[in-house]
Design a binder for this molecule. Structure first.
Ligand SMILES: [Fe+2]
Ligand SMILES: [Fe+2]
Length: 242
């Protein structure tokens, strides 16, 4: 640690617990700012984060796509939604494909279907959130009647022997017998990476569908006092200390 007075011109970001647990620096990451540490001590990131694109005072869904969600995820979501659109799916189904992995690319991977559904629940029709929630479980279970096979990428990523957790199996069983099963299954059918990697799809293609089926709060996502506003704020300021 550099102890010169000007050693900390920038604020440091302390990674969230969920990003460091299991990592070597998990138990030492607070050392630089411990009360017992001699000055000078660094300031931590709070509020505007120079490492990230500044977001407007009333962020829209499209703004999150442009400034916060991982570009690979955005590409994947656009490809999925485009496939759905070309297959003649309804607008709400296309929207579900467009949103299905936003949590994975913007917030967290573990249980991303559940996080994603929660993020959008106040702003979309119930069936769209249902589809996003249950696509995660359905991905593990083939359905020959609609031509859905277990993904080869899952064998590569998780190994031949991987078995989903019991809660995933239980949620699959629940969704399988639900009236909206087809909605969640439709996401998995369009949830492909083996799409033209050079295909450039413009987010604006979907702005009308978003406009018709995503109830954007006028205060902006994160500032409408909804039960999930804090989740959007966490994506706006992901490196805030508190
Ligand atoms: Fe997913
Ligand atoms: Fe996906």
């Amino acid at each position: 640690m550099d102890d010169r007075p000007d050693a900390f011109p920038e604020r440091i970001a302390i990674k969230p617990a969920i990003a460091t647990i299991g990592e070597p620096d998990h138990l030492t990451k607070f050392d630089a700012i411990l009360p017992t540490r001699k000055p000078p001590k660094p300031k931590v990131v709070m509020g505007e984060d120079p490492a990230l694109s500044k977001m407007s005072d009333a962020p829209t869904l499209l703004e999150f796509f442009e400034k916060r969600i991982h570009p690979h995820t955005v590409n994947h979501l656009l490809q999925s939604a485009t496939l759905a659109l070309k297959s003649g799916a309804g607008e709400k189904d296309v929207l579900a494909c467009l949103l299905h992995d936003i949590a994975l690319g913007g917030l967290i991977g573990s249980d991303h279907g559940y996080w994603g559904a929660q993020l959008i629940e106040p702003y979309v029709d119930e069936e769209v959130a249902f589809a996003v929630r249950y696509h995660q479980a359905l991905r593990f279970f083939p359905d020959a009647s609609v031509g859905y096979e277990y993904p080869k990428s899952y064998i590569e990523l998780f190994g031949e022997d991987y078995q989903p957790e019991p809660y995933i199996r239980a949620d699959y069983d629940y969704a399988r017998n639900h009236k909206w099963y087809g909605k969640a299954r439709l996401i998995t059918l369009n949830d492909l990476y083996a799409f033209d990697p050079d295909a450039k799809v413009d987010l604006q293609v979907f702005s009308d569908i978003i406009g018709r089926h995503f109830r954007q709060p006028k205060e902006g996502l994160g500032f409408d006092n909804s039960p999930v506003a804090h989740m959007w704020r966490t994506m706006i300021w992901p490196r805030n200390f508190l």
